[in-house]
Ligand binder design. Structure first.
Ligand SMILES: C[S@@+](CC[C@H](N)C(=O)[O-])C[C@H]1O[C@@H](n2cnc3c(N)ncnc32)[C@H](O)[C@@H]1O
Length: 554
């Protein structure tokens, strides 16, 4: 089945489901289905289906803005100068420079249903915006641009996602509710996995209103059976070691042995002697004498452990004396059994929660630091990159495939690429990333973000070298190159209705860039191009026709 046919079928299924759910009238649905069957391109089919899906189950409605349709076929063109190889036979990673709509349509040729994890961080602020995402918070209408831009791209992303795949989206507090509705529409409310808070920065400016320190991570799947991995305990917390480190692991000192919030009992209010020094709950012998004389509250100072447990603990070196107080050691791999003077093994992992991402390693500060080590003034070059730890953790959380394919179609500075390369470097995995990034020109990136930041970051962190062969960046002081190969593509255009500089789509589209062997006959190639690339050309439309359509839709 061609891409258009598959998408047609999905759209028609969704429309029929709306009839079953009594959201759409049968007669309206039949008309839409007739039109979808006549649609000449994916974009046209999606636009028609939208007519039946504008009024949403959630009551969600937005005014769909029109994108200017192109009249050329879009295809991948390899940029050999920027591509690099580590010499291995592993399939290279990909960076596609250009509009992600064209990139996603092209990716459907090879990757339909094959992507394991998608992470996106769409532009939603006033800066660094895509052509169709000029969101100005003072003007409610412009949110429609963001939603209109995302809608058809997410429909394509859904086609690319594997049955057990997961898509993550970073989004700020203002847009979270709207984007959640959009995802509910496209991936289904049953596919909603979680909405987690993610720390953006610690603290905040002194402000009369609330300091805003988080954004959100939305996660959706097409499967009903996603089994999450466990989170490794924050090892940084376990920073001390003793002679038992090989069996018990490192330890943290987070709890004192005495508390004043437990029910008072004289048997728990005794004297402890460690290395000749005497200790009392709360620190004072005099206060203890008062309590013993009956002057104590219902809850008051006591030890948390019984006398026999403390004797055992002293023998097992379970305590540390710090600032005149006794602390119990919390080991990474074991703890005291409840009610018994014995150690038991514990799992050094814990379940992820929707608060797992509020720790500092996931903050924007960390993302900035990372980029500042790769480029001199990196965080000025590209604002608010996400930290690679955030993305590697998300991947590990939902996907155990060592050959997983990870897609980010709003790649920005290329954080997702670095995160995947880091994971492979850590566990010798063979994951691959596919990034799409528009070559948006900004004040700090005169050649465009893709050329000035994305591709250079990947080259530097993967090979340890800049494109000019130098290695003069700070990141190398603490890291070794991550390895892996990169194929860089640009989006080429060719008209299919007339010869363009003597070239037709059949001449310029290189099938090997889509994972195909060279065709032996031109006939085979023509069939393949017609089947797969008609979709990358939107309906033929002149500027005048487009202006008219825009006018009609005002
Ligand atoms: C918020 S940034 C992503 C930052 C990224 N997560 C990082 O850590 O660096 C969004 C990026 O999407 C890019 N973008 C916007 N519209 C696009 C489009 N239609 N196609 C491809 N990229 C686009 C912008 O240029 C911007 O760099």
């Amino acid at each position: 089945m061609s891409n258009l046919e598959t998408i047609r079928k999905d759209l028609i299924d969704a429309i029929n489901q709306r009839v079953d759910e009594k959201i759409l009238e049968r007669s309206n649905a039949d008309l839409l289905i007739k039109l979808i069957n006549q649609a000449e391109s994916i974009t046209e089919a999606i636009s028609i289906a939208e007519l039946g899906t504008t009024y949403k189950r959630t009551g969600f409605h937005f005014d769909v803005r029109l994108e200017k349709l192109g009249n050329t076929i879009k295809y991948f063109k390899k940029n050999d100068r920027l591509s690099f190889s580590d010499g291995s036979k592993d399939i290279p990673n990909k960076l596609i420079i250009g509009d992600n709509y064209d990139a996603l349509l092209n990716l459907l040729v090879e990757y339909k249903g094959k992507i394991d994890v998608i992470y996106i961080d769409p532009p939603y602020g006033k800066d660094s915006m895509g052509e169709f995402a000029e969101t100005n918070y003072d003007n409610a209408l412009t949110r429609d641009n963001l939603l209109s831009m995302l809608y058809p791209r997410l429909v394509l992303a859904r086609q690319l996602l594997s049955e057990t795949g997961v898509i993550f989206c970073s989004i700020d507090d203002r847009n979270q509710a709207y984007i959640k509705c959009l995802f509910d529409e496209i991936f289904g409310e049953n596919g909603f996995l979680f909405c987690a808070a993610r720390i953006t920065k610690k603290g905040g400016k002194s402000t009369q209103t609330i300091a805003k320190n988080n954004d959100y991570l939305l996660a959706y799947t097409l499967s009903s059976e996603i089994i999450f991995s466990q989170e490794e305990k924050t090892v940084d917390k376990y920073k001390y070691e003793d002679e038992f480190v090989s069996t018990r692991g490192k330890y943290a000192l987070s709890q004192t042995l005495d508390y004043n919030s437990l029910q008072y009992s004289k048997t728990m209010d005794y004297e402890i002697e460690i290395d000749g020094r005497k200790f009392y709950p709360g620190g004072s012998k005099k206060a203890q004498e008062q309590r013993w004389a009956g002057n104590h509250g219902k809850t008051d100072w006591v030890w948390r452990w019984s006398k026999s447990a403390v004797d055992w603990g002293i023998k097992e070196k379970m305590f540390v004396v710090k600032n005149d107080r006794i602390y119990t050691k919390s080991y990474l791999y074991c703890r005291k059994m409840n009610g018994k003077n014995e150690l038991e093994r514990i799992d050094p992992t814990k379940a992820y929660t929707s608060l797992s991402f509020i720790e500092n390693p996931y903050s924007n500060d960390n993302g900035k630091k990372e980029l500042d080590n790769i480029f001199y003034n990196g965080s000025v070059l590209f604002k608010n990159p996400k930290p690679s730890t955030l993305i590697s953790t998300l991947i590990k959380m939902v996907c155990r495939r060592e050959d997983a394919i990870i897609l980010d179609f709003f790649a920005g500075s290329g954080t997702t690429g670095q995160a995947v390369a880091e994971l492979n470097n850590d566990d010798l995995g063979k994951r691959r990333f596919i990034l799409c990034q528009a070559n948006e020109i900004t004040d700090t990136t005169p050649n465009g973000i893709a050329y000035d930041v994305t591709v250079k970051r990947l080259k530097r962190t993967m090979t340890g070298k800049c494109y000019d062969g130098t290695s003069d960046f700070k990141w190398l002081d603490k890291h070794t190159p991550l390895g892996g190969s990169l194929d860089v593509y640009e989006i080429g255009e060719v008209a299919n209705f007339e010869r363009n500089d003597g070239k037709t789509a059949f001449d310029v589209i290189d099938e090997t860039l889509y994972g195909k062997a060279k065709f032996t006959t031109l006939q085979e190639k023509i069939e393949w191009v017609c089947e797969n690339f008609g979709n990358t050309q939107m309906t033929l439309e002149s500027d005048a026709e487009w202006a008219k359509r825009l006018e009609e839709n005002k």
